[in-house]
Design a protein around this ligand. Sequence first.
Ligand code: ZN
Length: 333
Amino acid sequence: MHSIPLSRRTALAGSAALAAAAALDVPAPSPALAQAPTAGQAPAAGQAPGFYRYKIGDITLTAIHDGFGRRPLEGFVRNAELADVKKAMAEAFLPQDALSITFTTLAIQQGGKLTLIDTGNGDSGAPTSGTWMANFKAAGFDPKDVSSVVFSHFHGDHINGFRLKDGSAVFPNAEVMVPAAEWAFWMDDARMNAAPEGMKGAFAGVRRVFGPGAKDVKQFEPGKEILPGLTPIAAPGHTPGHTVFALASGKDRMMIMSDTTNHPALFVRNPDWSAVFDMDGPQAAATRRRLLDMVSAERMQVAFYHAPFPAVGFIAKDGNGFEMVPVQWSSAI
Ligand SMILES: [Zn+2]
């Protein structure tokens, strides 16, 4: 025999398992469990669909995941030493070389209406993103049923899902609602022409998404309810018109924090740090502190676009910073 007979290999695997079990002081696996997997037990290719439902009063929210993009840590935080950023990652048990930035939008069901807050990357993002539509459909939704799409700001990871690369609109029956300050900034031709070369693509991207339907876009101002229970609040710094949303139903309230922080392990923990995506770093940091102070003092539930899925939890004060405490996953909605 040139190879070890199957029975002998199984015995070897079995004895290794027994030794490992003895070392851990746990019961040895039964011989059936110690055998090699059959074809039907091959590794699965993916996760369960990425949606998660919860309620605020009478409103049903569905967090819908759009995958992730990887970003090298080097140069990611403008005003912190790389060693300190790596330390914060280590303290959160995250890798030291790159950050996985996740994308989670919200669908809001209330009074027979379906509203989206932001739309994910569509087919314009990193290859590890773009899972939004599959997850949206797995949650039982159809793009035709979306009545309103509300945007927090105009970065590509929030707006590109609204229009595919081929120019087709994804939500044919939805009204479009945008922060007036964000529209004023990105749709200003003079500002686009004066922008540094590296920012011209962002201006072009906004026009690609909103240009064809521009005349029907509804602009909103902060402080006035735009849909029942949904009130925009100005949160400038990340972008000039960056907006968060207070959601209220009955005695329940939640703050939809948008990009007030990027990954909580870095920027909830260290609110004075600014990611490269913050267009005005000091203003973004001031907004971040003000909002984190408020939601922690009021023990208000929060949702973030770039927090680990399902991106919903609470904010606790912790030293000079804060900590995000995720909600407990529940099978009950
Ligand atoms: Zn973002």
